[in-house]
Design a protein around this ligand. Structure first.
Ligand SMILES: Nc1ncnc2c1ncn2[C@@H]1O[C@H](COP(=O)(O)OP(=O)(O)O)[C@@H](O)[C@H]1O
Ligand SMILES: [Mg+2]
Length: 431
């Protein structure tokens, strides 16, 4: 606005010289266009390199134990140094482009001002006072234009990062589950959970389905074990049953109503999921447990811990329930984390309790106690557990045996014992 007002004063004094100034300004702006597009390219490069640097750091921190056990700190340090150097080079190159654009503009402006003053004296025969005002106006105008140009240049450099961030927000919004507007009431399981003709492939490898034509009926109050070798798709099936993934074909129905992204949140209100690798936040055991059910009383916490065979080890901790578990629960053993995760799930008073390898990290005695708890929850709770171990399967009302992503057999332990005994993993691998 200021620049426009100043230009209007200049036009009032001498339209011809002002037009000359306008043309010179346009020519200068044109000169800096290649620099603006270079800034934009540098900005894109800088965004990519920053992203790579962040990925490297978080990956390294997550795998620190492995890196040390491989004695591979040197390699990671080398990778980090190379990435940091690349980022620094990008940053310096961006700054250099900005500085070059500024130099072009400043030099060009000085030359233009001198040329205009000369032209005004020689050709337009302006009186000295008008000439002085004109030069003054242009001397004020030039820094404004230079700032504008620098602003445009910086914008060109920073837009790629902005576009990258907004693009990511758009992708996340598109992928987000709809949050229902109407009041949410849990989708209770009263009759049966039915899986019919379910097939699933991950979007990253659509041509290799993980699960194919899976059919399963889980009547309420039953204890069902889904078994199969490692990599057969048990965790994927658990994610599907919990509405974290959507089937590619077929459906999962709760009392006849298909599970869809629209009602998945309601379904999760009445179900609980113990994932294969439980995650605890860096806070006390109590705070972690209250995340599962913020309204739970102290007595309910104690009861859930007892049922999950975690009461004894929690009581033995120096601060009991108020012991802080460390980053990702690092101060607890994996078996202890798993039992806390089971206690969390029980606190939610679920209609369906879904567990993924709940006893994989436990000793035999603890496993027996947990399986006894799971069995005792039925028929009040429907329990579906993914497992590759015999102990949970022995107590299940029904076992579903997966092989090569398909249901190979169903039945009780006594009926399937022959098929289940022996090298479960080896059979899966051969297939
Ligand atoms: N996020 C993912 N993207 C692509 N493929 C995956 C993903 N998660 C698992 N898989 C693949 O799906 C198959 C089944 O994995 P998973 O369900 O974890 O098996 P299980 O729990 O039975 O060991 C494996 O072959 C695995 O490579
Ligand atoms: Mg698994």
């Amino acid at each position: 606005m200021l620049a426009l007002a100043q230009f209007a004063v200049a036009v009032a004094i001498d339209p011809l010289v002002s037009l000359g100034a306008l043309l010179a300004g346009a020519a200068l702006a044109f000169l800096t266009v290649p620099l603006a597009s270079r800034s934009s390219r540098r900005g894109t490069q800088l965004t990519r390199r920053n992203e790579a640097l962040h990925a490297l750091v978080s990956d390294f921190l997550a795998g620190l134990r492995l890196v040390k056990s491989h004695n591979a700190e040197g390699r990671h340090l080398g990778d980090f140094t190379a990435a940091a150097r690349a980022t620094r080079q990008s940053e310096l190159a961006s700054r250099a482009t900005l500085a070059a654009a500024r130099a072009v503009m400043d030099l060009g402006a000085a030359c233009t001002l001198a040329a205009l003053a000369y032209a005004a004296i020689i050709f337009s025969g302006l009186a000295l006072p008008e000439l002085l005002v004109l030069v003054l106006v242009f001397a004020r105008l030039i820094p404004s234009l230079s700032r504008l140009q620098q602003f445009a240049q910086q914008l060109a450099q920073q837009l790629p990062a902005y576009a990258h961030a907004t693009g990511m927000i758009r992708r996340l919004r598109r992928g987000a589950e709809p949050i229902p507007k109407e009041s949410r009431f849990p989708l209770r399981l009263r009759d049966a959970l039915n899986v019919s003709g379910l097939s699933f492939a991950y979007p990253s490898s659509p041509e290799t389905p993980v699960l194919t034509d899976v059919n399963l009926c889980v009547p309420t109050g039953r204890f069902v074990a889904v078994m199969g070798p490692s990599g057969v798709g048990k965790s994927t099936f658990a994610d599907l049953l919990f509405g974290l993934l959507e089937p590619c074909r077929g459906e999962i129905a709760i009392d006849g109503a298909p599970l869809t992204p629209a009602n998945a949140r309601r379904w999760r209100d009445s179900a609980a999921y113990v994932p294969q690798e439980p995650y605890l936040f860096h806070e006390s055991i109590r705070a972690n447990m209250l995340r599962a059910n913020p309204k739970a009383s102290g007595a309910e916490l104690e009861r859930a811990l007892s049922l999950a065979d975690a009461r004894r080890f929690v009581d033995a901790l120096p601060r009991g329930l108020d012991t802080v578990v460390g980053d990702r629960g690092a101060r607890l053993s994996s078996g202890e984390r798993q039992r806390i995760a089971i206690a969390q799930a029980l606190l939610r008073n679920p209609a369906l309790l879904l567990l993924d390898e709940p006893t994989a990290n436990l000793d035999a005695a603890s496993e027996r106690r947990i399986v006894a708890t799971l069995a005792s929850l039925c028929p009040r709770v429907t329990v579906v557990t993914m497992t590759h171990r015999p102990e949970p399967a022995k107590h299940a009302d029904n076992i579903v045996l997966l092989r090569s992503g398909r249901v190979a057999a169903t039945g009780r332990w006594s009926e399937l014992e022959a098929a289940l005994e022996g090298p479960l993993d080896a059979k899966g691998d051969q297939e």
